[in-house]
Design a protein around this ligand. Structure first.
Ligand code: NAP
Length: 294
């Protein structure tokens, strides 16, 4: 499953929305990125996100805070950005360091600017299938890939390995919303292999290189590898898994590009909502956001 091509189309559509908005209102959508500390991977991720914003005609404003920043200071900075009318979306790059209450920081992001889908408001709207919230970007990107390749989760046995707040948990809820029968696996799951072998649709979100081997993939399963480990390696052993799967995402080039694409799309859409105007939707109807039905 080619995430690069679909991501490019979503970014093109976001750029069209941003350009239309700028033309109509003189206001360019703006994403505020917040980085705490100097973790090299986080620095790279934020740089990539800002560079993609620039290419799509979306402004970005960057706030770099020292590693010793307290929860109160971070909450203060995010509250300020939430109240700034020149900022339409906010991305707090995580992890933020063990001394910070990450949940308190996320909750300081105004729901209408939560374009990374990290607040409880966004999680609740997504889980209940209500309008008005934003998808968690990686899970949102995964659902778009499934739609692009005509994979209907309804009735499928979906197994999600991983239950993090930004990835495993929300993607499981999205699959449930699309009528899959969902099982979550985690570090305390007994006999993980036997659960994985039952999956018609497998999402690997573990953070361990080549953790899932082809021998544990059901023949014909759809395999989504959300993992991204040092050396550009996923959580699934691609060589053995691709011999058994009907569809599989590569690493790199599968889920990764979708995350940033959804972030840009949601930033443009957040600006449209905040400015209260209609912006051109762009040429690609297939790139419209996937609905979560329940
Ligand atoms: P995380 O917060 O560390 O969560 C990892 C999950 O895997 C946890 O739920 C953990 O279980 C589970 N797990 C760990 N060891 C396990 C084991 N031996 N057996 C079964 N489950 C196990 O990681 P994350 O943030 O969700 O990220 C997961 C992966 O996705 C990473 O490779 C990350 O780089 C990648 N990722 C990619 C993107 C992208 O844009 N492509 C975005 C985000 C993340 P417990 O809950 O029991 O600890």
């Amino acid at each position: 499953m080619d995430g690069r091509d679909l991501a490019r189309r979503i970014v093109d559509r976001s750029a069209a929305v941003a350009a239309s908005l700028t033309e109509q209102t003189g206001v360019t959508p703006c994403l505020a990125t917040v980085l705490v500390g100097e973790d090299p991977a986080s620095v790279t991720y934020v740089r990539m996100k800002r560079s993609r914003c620039a290419k799509a005609g979306i402004r970005s404003r960057h706030l770099e805070l020292p590693a010793a920043t307290t929860t109160e200071e971070l909450v203060g900075a995010l509250t300020e950005l939430s109240g700034d009318p020149g900022v339409h979306g906010i991305l707090l790059q995580h992890p933020v360091g063990p001394h910070i209450d990450e949940r308190a920081a996320f909750e300081a992001i105004a729901p209408e600017k939560d374009v990374d889908g990290v607040t409880t408001h966004s999680f609740a709207t997504m889980s209940f299938g209500l309008p008005g919230g934003f998808a968690s970007c990686t899970p949102g990107g995964i659902m778009r890939l499934l739609d692009e390749y005509g994979v209907d989760p309804a009735g499928k046995r979906a197994v999600v390995v991983g239950r993090s707040a930004i990835l495993g948990k929300p993607v499981g809820m999205m699959l449930l919303g699309r009528d899959a029968t969902v099982t979550y696996c985690h570090s305390r799951t007994a006999d993980l292999g036997s659960v994985v072998r039952e999956a018609d649709l497998l999402v690997a979100a573990v953070g361990r290189p080549r953790f899932i081997q082809g021998a544990d993939i059901k023949a014909g399963a759809v395999v989504i590898d959300a993992g991204y480990n040092p050396g550009n390696v996923g959580d699934v052993d691609f060589a053995s898994a691709s011999a058994r799967a009907s569809l599989i995402t590569p690493v790199p080039g599968g889920v990764g590009p979708m995350t940033i694409a959804v972030l840009l799309e949601q930033t443009a859409d957040a600006a449209v909502r905040q400015l209260g105007i209609e912006a051109a939707a762009g040429p690609d109807a297939a790139a419209a956001p996937a609905a979560v039905s329940r």
